[in-house]
Design a protein around this ligand. Structure first.
Ligand code: GLU
Length: 292
């Protein structure tokens, strides 16, 4: 048995803003296969922390879709909507260490990088306020990305601060994801390249909260024929759960994997074959994957 510190723990963390589409299946599948290949644990976390952006029924539809595709998770789903106490504890910790300030800036008052106007740091504004974390000017995030190679992001040069709790009192994604990845002892994060520029902020929060930095791999994301990332906003069609083996074959193809034998009739057989042959180095290089 590997020790808790070295065990591979991966996760898929969808936001229930709509049903899964082929692009999300590619990310879920790669994260699943990486975890299974490593003999690790694979978790699902429902990132339902932004009710105004959520679609009723989407969380259940996502879980049903994962099951229809044979992507079973190993521990109970963690629901971010039930994690407020943990996020508040993290905010308290940041506050106690002097890493938090209140900001009343409207979007129009922030600069192009989204920084606070600066005045709020001098004089605490009256509510409603957002809570922000200052970034040290010399901070540069560094990691070796599984698919995007060595990363060096000196974000402290342009980013002075960022929001961890919004003015509407919702917790920001950047805070929740760091708290939950630490709580779930996630060792490897596999997700789309659309989140690459969030990672430096997450590394900064990890350093402030004294939690470990996981390994990261950002996959190229599937685009439509116009070159836009598949998403609910640009009307990516929902996965048809009735065509699960077809969807998995096409996701494996997008990931550069050899086609599973034609006699794999069930999702279970197909995933077993995919796992045996999984080769992360065959994933096409780059940030995007054009439709074939
Ligand atoms: N919930 C995020 C999304 O659906 C993903 C978060 C993550 O993988 O870190 O875009």
């Amino acid at each position: 048995m590997p020790s808790a510190d070295t065990a591979y723990r991966g996760r898929f963390a969808p936001s229930p803003t709509g049903p899964l589409h082929q692009g999300s299946l590619v990310a879920a599948l790669a994260s699943y296969l990486e975890a299974r290949r490593a003999g690790g644990t694979w978790l699902v976390r429902m990132e339902d922390l932004d009710p105004p952006r959520e679609q009723p029924g989407a969380a259940d539809a996502i879980l049903r879709s994962l099951e229809a595709h044979g992507l079973y998770w190993d521990e109970p789903v963690l629901w971010q909507s039930q994690r407020s106490a943990a996020y508040l504890a993290a905010l308290n910790q940041l506050q106690a260490q002097g890493h938090l300030f209140a900001c009343s800036c409207s979007r129009a008052r922030t600069d192009s990088a989204g920084n606070c106007c600066g005045d709020c740091r001098e004089q605490t504004p009256p509510p409603p306020v957002a809570l922000r974390v200052p970034v040290a000017p010399q901070f540069a995030a560094q990691w070796q990305d599984r698919w995007q190679g060595p990363q060096h992001w000196p974000i402290g040069r342009a980013l002075q601060d960022f929001v961890v709790r919004r003015k509407d009192q919702l917790f920001a994604y950047q805070l929740a994801v760091v708290v939950d990845d630490a709580e779930q002892r996630i060792s490897h994060i596999v997700r789309g390249s659309d989140l690459l520029d969030s990672t430096p902020r997450q590394l900064w929060l990890q350093s402030l909260l004294h939690v470990p930095q996981p390994h990261y791999g950002h996959l190229p994301v599937l685009t439509n024929r116009q070159g836009q990332k598949l998403s609910k906003q640009n009307h990516a069609p929902a996965l048809d759960d009735g065509r699960a083996t077809h969807n998995l074959r096409s996701a494996l193809d997008a990931l550069g994997q050899p086609p599973p034998p034609p006699d794999c009739a069930s999702v279970t057989e197909l995933l077993a074959a995919a796992c045996r042959h999984w080769d992360a180095t065959r994933v096409p290089a780059g940030l995007t994957l054009a439709p074939r």
